[in-house]
Design a protein. Structure first.
Length: 221
């Protein structure tokens, strides 16, 4: 019981620091005991992690340090499955990536650039994007914000910027299909072809058909 309690203390210390300085640095002074290295675990045919083949599914922390003493990896297993945050760190100790797990299923992904700026925050289902997601450029400006549905289809309001801050998409979607709003110029022809945009309502000048070239009628949505 005491060993398991100490492992949860390691997890709590990591998360407490993360809450105060989300991407500043790794926890300092975390005990090197109370956990195993990732390389010490073996996966059985049932997909559960153990310290040895045929042993009990592992419950406890997984901690890895580099030669300089920096914490590089932290995770927690519950009965052989990742449960809670799996954290990886940049060489300077800043948080690089966090995967959140629920009984082995990845439900959230967060990433940071080396300068500490947040890069990705995405909800997931079984490791695949499902639900709200937001991404940023390295200078902290917004890149993409929206929601994924089944099969990574865009749902609801989606906003996408290029590196200069120009809006590419700012529209409404359903089941991955564009409904209304702003779209990039290079997408207009395809949206018209698929019947998602009426030619008379196009945002950009229409391309003129070349002599002798048939104009394709928009397809039904």
């Amino acid at each position: 019981m005491m060993q398991r309690w100490s492992q949860w203390i390691v997890a709590a210390a990591a998360l407490a620091l993360l809450g105060c300085k989300e991407a500043d640095s790794a926890p300092k002074g975390v005990a090197r005991g109370g956990g195993v290295r990732e390389s010490e675990l073996v996966k059985g045919a049932d997909g559960l992690a153990r310290l040895e083949e045929g042993g009990e599914p592992y419950t406890g922390a997984v901690i890895s340090w580099d030669k300089s003493g920096q914490l590089r990896h932290f995770a927690f297993y519950e009965e052989g499955q990742m449960h809670g945050p799996e954290m990886r760190f940049h060489e300077d100790g800043r948080v690089r990536r966090i995967f959140d797990f629920e009984r082995g299923s990845r439900v959230r992904q967060r990433e940071w650039f080396a300068n500490g700026v947040k890069k990705v925050d995405a909800m997931q289902r079984d490791g695949v994007g499902f639900g709200p997601m937001q991404t940023w450029y390295e200078d902290g400006s917004e890149r993409w914000k929206g929601t994924f549905g089944e099969g990574l289809a865009w749902e609801g309001h989606v906003v996408d910027h290029d590196p200069t801050g120009k809006i590419l998409w700012d529209g409404e979607f359903k089941n991955g299909q564009y409904l209304s709003g702003i779209y990039p110029e290079d997408a207009q022809e395809e949206l018209i072809r698929r019947g998602r945009v009426k030619p008379e309502e196009a945002l950009y000048p229409l391309k003129e058909a070349k002599a002798g070239e048939a104009v394709e009628k928009p397809k039904a949505p």
